[in-house]
Design a protein around this ligand. Structure first.
Ligand code: 3PG
Length: 210
């Protein structure tokens, strides 16, 4: 399961963190990202429309690899699995969530920002984690410091990552992918600027994909 997650993250390079307010935006948004070469999508459980939005993307955009983000507890994890998500991501972790995720077959990345949080994730069997909030928690310097005692951990940083710094993060040996909301600005989603999102995605993939 960890290997499945590693494969998904590696194939992604960039994972857009999507907050979808209107269900009708889900499919055109996923199509716009896929058209730009961005296929691994994280739909956050931050809005009432999120679960149905993810379901619609899974049903209608088969090229997309849809995961669920902002998983806060075991119920969210079960919802993500039931709706057909390919992976789950959390901004943090609790003992209950780690236990549920360890018992589930859904590829899952808990969130960590400190050594102790990382140790709890490792103790539960998770060595691929989301580093969140990445820039705000000390950025690349903090990640390098964590890599010392934890050389086998692979990381997807998110939080404060954008066009200007994504390449520097991806150059770190323990970074498998970067996440962020920058490819899908809320204003572009609201106005249905799908060509703009496709163009931005294509530009990001061209400059970042190895
Ligand atoms: C996340 O949940 O990963 C963050 O909200 C993304 O952070 P960003 O908006 O700074 O990219």
């Amino acid at each position: 399961r960890q290997e499945q997650l590693a494969t998904i993250f590696k194939s992604a390079t960039v994972i857009p963190v999507l907050t979808i307010e209107r269900l009708e935006d889900a499919v055109p948004l996923a199509r716009a990202l896929v058209a730009g070469g961005v296929r691994v999508l994280e739909v956050t459980l931050r809005t009432p429309a999120a679960a149905d939005a993810a379901k619609a993307m899974i049903a209608e955009v088969p090229e997309a690899i849809v995961g669920i983000g902002t998983i806060l507890n075991a119920d969210d994890l079960a919802r993500a699995r039931a709706l057909g998500a390919k992976f789950g991501i959390s901004p943090g972790a609790t003992p209950g969530l780690l236990k549920a995720a360890a018992a589930s077959d859904l590829p899952f990345a808990p969130g960590i920002a400190t050594a102790s949080e990382l140790m709890q994730a490792l103790a539960a069997g998770f060595n691929i984690v989301k580093f969140f909030p990445a820039e705000q928690s000390g950025g690349i310097k903090a990640l390098r410091a964590l890599a010392g005692p934890f050389p086998n951990v692979r990381v997807c940083p998110t939080g404060g990552i954008g066009e200007a710094n994504a390449a520097s993060w991806l150059a770190e040996p323990n970074v498998v992918a970067v996440g962020g909301s920058w490819l899908c600005p809320p204003a572009d989603i609201r106005s249905g600027n799908w060509p703009g999102i496709t163009a931005m995605s294509a530009r990001a993939m061209k400059s970042l994909k190895p």
